[in-house]
Ligand binder design. Structure first.
Ligand code: MF3
Ligand code: CO
Length: 269
C-alpha cells in the first residue's frame, strides 16, 4: 500500500475532517429511505453526488486511484450487493431487489480533508441469519471503537473485531483493512480487522482512522469480480461492511461519522 504518512492532525485539521464527516453522515440519512426494491444503484450514486456537492463537499472516491488499483474509480459510491464485499460499481442495470443486502461506502472531501464511511442495509425484509450478519458486523465496529483511546495497540483493535466475529462463526475478510484518513483517502497506519491484543504500534492522540470490519457469512477468502473492481467472497456467501471515521483521543474515540437512520433522515427534511 502507498501512504502519505500517519494521519495525525491539529485541531484545525480535525475540524475540517469533521466537516467532511458531517456531510457524509447526513448523506447516509438522505439515502436511507431511497434504499428499497426497484431503485437502481446508478440513481443512488447520482443522488449521492448531487447531495454532497449541494452541501459544499466533493465526492472523494470519484477520480481517486486507490493504491491497490491501476485505474481511477469512476463513481461517488461503492455499492456492494450480497456476496460483494467492497467496491461494487453503481449501474443503471444493477437494481436493488427485495431480500438483498447492500453495502454503501462513500468518501467526502472538504477543503482537501477526507472522511470515509460505510453501512450495510437490508433491502426490504431479510431472514434472521442475514440480520445477524449485519448486527454482528456493526457491533464488531462498535466494540472496536470502544477500545480506541491514545496508547491502545493496533493489535487490540483488530483482535476485538476478529474475536467478536469468530464467536458468531462468521469470518473476517482476508487482506482488507481500515486505514488512516484525512489529507488523503488512504494513509498510515493500516488498521487490520485481525490482531493480537497489545501487539503492534500504539495509537497516538489526534490520529484519525477509518475502522471498517468486513465480515462474511462463509469463509474469509476473497476474489476480484468480473468488472475488475468489485471484491467478492470466494464462496459466494453474503458479506457486510460498516465503517466510521474516528479521532483517537486520550479518553476514547471521537466518532466523526455518525449514523442514526431515522434521526438523520428527519434532520434532512
Ligand atoms: N472506501 C474504501 C475504503 O474504505 C475505498 C474505496 S476507494 C475506491 O477504504 F476508489 F474504490 F472508491
Ligand atoms: Co475506508
Amino acid at each position: 500500500m502507498k501512504y502519505e504518512g500517519w494521519a495525525i492532525y491539529d485541531e484545525a485539521g480535525i475540524q475540517r475532517i469533521a466537516a467532511a464527516a458531517d456531510i457524509l453522515s447526513r448523506l447516509f440519512g438522505y439515502l436511507t429511505p431511497l434504499i428499497r426494491p426497484g431503485v437502481s444503484t446508478a440513481e443512488l450514486d447520482a443522488r449521492a453526488e448531487e447531495f454532497i456537492r449541494a452541501e459544499g463537499g466533493e465526492p472523494a472516491f470519484k477520480g481517486y486511484k486507490p493504491p491497490f488499483e491501476d485505474a481511477a474509480y469512476p463513481y461517488t459510491l461503492c455499492v456492494s450487493i450480497n456476496h460483494e464485499v467492497v467496491h461494487g460499481l453503481p449501474s443503471p442495470t444493477r437494481i436493488l431487489q427485495e431480500g438483498q443486502i447492500v453495502s454503501i461506502d462513500c468518501g467526502v472531501r472538504v477543503d482537501g480533508f477526507h472522511a470515509d464511511m460505510a453501512y450495510t442495509f437490508a433491502v426490504g425484509e431479510v431472514p434472521p441469519p442475514v440480520q445477524k450478519l449485519l448486527w454482528v458486523t456493526r457491533t464488531a465496529l462498535e466494540r472496536a471503537i470502544a477500545q480506541v483511546r491514545a496508547g491502545v495497540a493496533l493489535g487490540t483493535i483488530g483482535h476485538t473485531i476478529h474475536n467478536f466475529v469468530k464467536g458468531y462463526t462468521f469470518a473476517v475478510a482476508e487482506n482488507l483493512t481500515g486505514h488512516g484518513v484525512g489529507v488523503a483517502m488512504h494513509m498510515e497506519p493500516d488498521v487490520p480487522n485481525v490482531g493480537k491484543p497489545g501487539q503492534g504500534p500504539r495509537l497516538p492522540a489526534n490520529l484519525v482512522i477509518a475502522i471498517e470490519p468486513m465480515v462474511h457469512m462463509g469463509g474469509k477468502r476473497i476474489k476480484k469480480g468480473a468488472d475488475g473492481w468489485a471484491v467478492e467472497t470466494s464462496d459466494g456467501s453474503l458479506a457486510a461492511h460498516f465503517e466510521h471515521t474516528v479521532v483517537v483521543r486520550p479518553g476514547g474515540a471521537q466518532v466523526l461519522t455518525s449514523f442514526e437512520p431515522i434521526y438523520q433522515a428527519l434532520a434532512h427534511v
